[in-house]
Design a protein around this ligand. Structure first.
Ligand code: FMN
Ligand code: SF4
Length: 509
């Protein structure tokens, strides 16, 4: 029996308040929430920030940070007796090698490196304008108008899957159930990606207004903002913007609307929409089988719209300037795009261009390469690697799919001639193994096999150890439940395809 008032959904929050998994905490949380102790232990061990509360300073070992010397940084910290732990990508690839101090959220730029946020140019999304005129226009014109305009804009989700937004909105609206939710996915964690962080910090009112537009159109009474645990300042920025909007009366006509801010606790997989819902419900963040899709059965089993930060931030501009305008900005596909670029580039940062910019154009905006281009990862770790010869391929959903890659979260990482592609593939393999939720065997075991095989090959340079990889990668792609396991072999597979000589295989004639 749970004590009166206690809720399963509170488990993660209560664990966090009590300082994570420390002696005696499981029992205290059990008494407070009534959830069985074994269950609470299981939940706590799933999330890095809860399971290792005394991990000290976190050192990012994402690909950009690896190439920028995170191992040297770690050695240096340890030589000075500073407690430090490696973590998966911190979403600060523009400050590589990045550190995060959970006590102060201090990002400590390394000597000789400067943050390049001033190089960012969110022009198409407009300067921050806290007027909320788009929300007022939608309330006047009605929700049918809004959905039509969204369809006209042809905007597709910016979180990775590129699914048409209007289909999801129509899906929620078509449900008879009137308890409906809007969830903002601000759990950004794909290595190479840091655009959502910048939007939350620099354009919070666009996101607040976009969420209010979504809630009004879908007749939802609750908005959940799920922010990655390491993004404390971004969350504060959103809370400050919401308070200001309320003070000014910008949200006055949405009296019944409730806003909830929820912190992530250090689990990349919770960016996957159904894993995020599990986390919101206080459970281990394990992706659900789909169907049913969240529009039908989402948070608490009710119709739920889950949308990425960038997708939501585009809404006010779509309303203000029209769906046709938004559509016309893109080249082959609709709209603008925030591209992140890091690695061996002069000015790492977030740049907005038309959807369909090529890497050549993006590099031009970012000051060019440091060294000469050897390879790039166009859309986060899940997109694998492409060789320099693909520099003029449009960075959009369909063009990259044709290349056997993906735009994903548009986290572009560029590698110069000094990069070792076996090391680069290993860095991504470590990431996927660490972040697999472990619920399905092809992913749990496959990610481990890939990492171990690459380590063996690096020490032995024996091509024989690579011989059994093909069926493992095939099984992961075919039989994993979610996108993590389905894509985890792309970095290795593509590195072997485009750089066979580095894997001891003769290049095709
Ligand atoms: C392993 C994995 C991680 C993901 N991480 C994120 C994320 O951090 N942020 C995000 O918006 N979408 C992420 N997604 C995509 C979401 O599942 C979902 O498609 C998205 O939030 C929907 O919003 P959109 O349509 O606006 O893109 C991830 C997907 C997978 C498979
Ligand atoms: S593919 Fe991997 S991350 Fe996704 S559900 Fe299966 S084990 Fe979990």
């Amino acid at each position: 029996m749970q004590p009166k008032g206690a809720r399963r959904e509170d488990v993660l929050h209560v664990l966090d308040q009590k300082g994570g998994l420390r002696p005696g905490v499981v029992d205290k949380v059990h008494r407070e929430t009534g959830v069985p102790a074994a269950d609470i232990y299981g939940v706590a061990t799933f999330y890095h920030l809860l399971s290792d509360p005394d991990g000290g300073v976190r050192v990012c070992q994402g690909l950009s940070c690896k190439m920028a010397g995170c191992d040297r940084l770690m050695a240096d910290l340890r030589s000075r007796d500073t407690k430090a732990t490696y973590v998966s990508c911190l979403g600060r690839c523009d400050l590589a090698p990045a550190l995060w101090d959970p006590d102060g959220e201090a990002v400590i730029p390394q000597p000789g490196l400067t943050a390049s946020h001033d190089a960012m140019a969110i022009d198409l999304l407009g300067a921050e304008r806290p007027a909320y005129g788009a929300l007022a226009a939608v309330m006047e014109r009605g929700s049918d108008w809004m959905v039509e305009e969204l369809e006209r804009s042809a905007i597709t989700g910016r979180g990775g899957a590129g699914f048409p937004a209007h289909i999801k909105w129509k899906g929620v609206r078509s449900q008879a159930e009137m308890e409906r939710y809007v969830v903002l996915n601000a759990d950004e964690g794909e290595p190479g990606t840091f655009k959502d962080r910048e939007i939350l910090l620099r354009r919070p009112h666009l996101v607040i207004e976009g969420l209010a537009i979504a809630a009004f159109t879908l007749a939802a009474n609750d908005i959940y903002v799920y922010v990655r645990g390491e993004f404390g300042r971004a969350r504060e920025s959103m809370e400050t913007a919401l308070a200001a909007a309320r003070r000014r009366g910008d949200l006055d006509h949405l009296d019944g609307l409730r806003w909830h801010f929820v912190d992530g606790h250090g689990a990349y997989i919770c960016g996957e929409e159904t894993a995020l819902l599990e986390a919101l419900e206080g459970k281990r963040g394990m992706p659900r089988m789909k169907p049913p899709f969240p529009v039908e059965k989402g948070f608490r089993g009710k119709p739920t719209l889950i949308q990425n930060v960038e997708t939501i931030a585009c809404l006010p501009a779509i309303v203000d300037r029209g769906g046709d305008w938004f559509r016309s900005i893109g080249r082959r596909e609709a709209g603008s795009k925030l591209y992140c670029i890091s690695g061996h580039v002069r000015r790492p940062g977030v740049y907005e261009g038309p959807l369909g910019w090529t890497l050549r154009e993006l590099l031009e905006a970012a000051g060019g390469m440091v060294g000469s281009l050897k390879a790039f990862s166009p859309g986060g770790a899940s997109s694998g690697f492409l060789p320099a010869s693909k520099i003029d391929v449009p960075l959009d959903f369909k063009s990259l799919q044709k290349e056997g890659s993906m735009l994903g979260s548009s986290g572009v990482v560029v590698l110069n001639q000094s990069a070792d592609m076996v090391e680069a593939a290993l860095s991504q393999a470590v990431f996927f193994e660490d972040e697999s939720c472990g619920q399905c065997a092809p992913c749990r075991i496959g990610t481990q096999v890939l990492r171990q095989t690459l380590e063996r090959y690096l020490t032995s340079r024996d091509v024989g150890v690579l011989a059994h990889l093909e069926p493992v990668m095939w099984g992961m792609g075919e039989a994993s439940i979610c996108g993590l396991g389905q894509a985890a072999h792309f970095p290795l597979q593509s590195a072997m395809q485009y750089f066979p000589e580095e894997f001891g295989v003769a290049a095709p004639p």
